[in-house]
Design a protein. Structure first.
Length: 433
């Protein structure tokens, strides 16, 4: 990913230096296990661990790979230059995928840990804003059209609940991908004892893959990247909500506009929702990794490397992008400007229409059929839409409505508090399940 959409901690996980360090640890831990089994001398394992203090020369590995055309062999050759004669005991009975796949899963679990921390920070911001605006009444919309009142706190609570589900999904995805394979060619352990795999797995915070052919099954990775895609889609949903609320005709909420910020090179008055628009784009990039990850599941027989080039790109790109997007969304939520006055003005724009369902239900309770009740309410509602009339006034002037409902009963149906009476119940479900 480009630096513009990257954060250092996540980028570091995917650096060549980190990758080679993990490769070294896999090889060194495997040597420890081999020494315990008596397959290699203990002195060899000790000599290899001394290379821990060395700085692996990325340029030198690249130079060797230019000749060998094989990245793991290039690394092992460079490791041999550092360790010396004892390096012949490294990689005993192992295959390249043992190193590559185990390393990838270490990187993915580390990336997941950062993303989980990101989600925790976002959840805290959403919860704070939800309680802040628990009783801030605004209009709910369906199809983009005024429906019935909600509160802005409920919008934040909905986002909190959604991101809580995403957090649980990511915990499961992390667990699913946290496996290790040190099983040798075609995964049969013919040339290496299964104890080595158990030892390496424990040392790296993983668990042995039950059956690994020559690679770790890619259904695990498909689920991991699919989870990232779902999280990205949730980010986009929240971003689109804010983008709509910031429209000039709506202006119920707005991204924070900092001193000195410019919205347009041509129009000095502009305050654009650039952060949430950016989040919409970043979400597309994260989801872009999902289909290739799914297609990686279908490898030939015990292995091929059609997945390799894909994962070298989507691993860093998807995790780095999502990390940045979660942090950006947290900043948007934390500093979001909310305008309760505009919310109330928008809600009253069509002069009481939002209470139409209550009036219709009241008419059914008085004996009218649902069809007749709907027709009576709709014909008065259309006068508000088309003529700018006042809904309550029109209802009071309608003989059929007045025959069923008194002025006091009609007036009672325009109480906003009726729509928010269960907000506390919803908050309890979300924040104290």
């Amino acid at each position: 990913m480009i630096p513009r959409y990257s954060r250092p901690e996540m980028v570091a996980i995917w650096s060549p230096e980190t990758r080679f360090r993990i490769w070294f640890e896999i090889e060194a831990h495997a040597c420890d296990a081999q020494a315990q089994l008596g397959v290699i001398p203990k002195s060899a394992a000790e000599a290899i661990w001394k290379a821990r203090e060395a700085t692996f020369d990325v340029a030198r590995v690249d130079e060797i790979e230019a000749v060998t055309k094989h990245d793991v062999i290039a690394f092992l050759t460079h490791l041999g230059e550092i360790v010396g004669e004892e390096s012949r005991f490294t990689h005993q009975g192992m295959t390249s995928s043992d190193v590559l796949d185990t390393c990838l899963n270490v990187q993915l679990t580390r990336a997941a840990d950062i993303l989980l921390a990101d989600l925790d920070t976002l959840l805290a911001a959403l919860k704070r804003r939800a309680y802040e605006h628990k009783d801030t009444v605004c209009i709910g919309r369906s199809h983009g059209i005024h429906a019935e009142p909600v509160t802005f706190g409920l919008k934040m609570a909905e986002a909190y609940a959604e991101m809580s589900r995403n957090r649980a999904r990511l915990v499961n995805a992390r667990d699913e991908v946290a496996t290790c394979a040190i099983s040798g060619a075609v995964g049969t352990f013919a040339n290496i004892d299964p104890y080595v795999e158990r030892h390496v797995a424990e040392a790296l915070g993983l668990r042995p893959e039950p059956v690994s052919t020559q690679v770790i099954p890619r259904d695990r990775h498909a689920m991991f990247f699919a989870t990232l895609g779902v999280i990205a889609s949730s980010i986009e949903r929240i971003a689109i909500e804010i983008r709509h609320l910031q429209r000039t005709e709506v202006l119920e909420a707005e991204e924070f506009f900092s001193p000195g910020q410019k919205g347009s090179s041509a129009m000095p008055h502009k305050r654009n929702p650039v952060l949430t628009e950016n989040l919409t784009g970043l979400a597309r990039l994260v989801r872009m990794a999902v289909v290739p990850a799914m297609e990686n599941v279908a490898l030939w027989h015990e292995r091929d490397i059609s997945h390799s080039s894909v994962e070298r790109m989507i691993g860093p790109d998807a995790t780095i992008t999502l990390d940045f997007a979660l942090a950006r969304l947290t900043g948007v939520i934390d500093k979001l400007l909310v305008y309760p006055g505009n919310m109330l003005a928008n809600m009253n724009k069509f002069r009481g229409l939002i209470h139409s369902q209550r009036v219709m239900l009241a008419l059914t309770q008085k004996g009218l059929s649902r069809e007749a009740s709907y027709a009576a309410v709709q014909r008065n509602a259309m006068k508000v839409w088309e003529q700018g009339a006042d809904f309550e006034t029109e209802l009071l002037a309608d003989p059929e409505v007045r025959a069923a409902l008194s002025p006091e009963e009609i007036a009672e149906k325009f109480d906003l508090g009726y729509h928010t009476k269960h907000v506390n119940t919803i908050f309890e479900r979300v924040f104290n399940p």
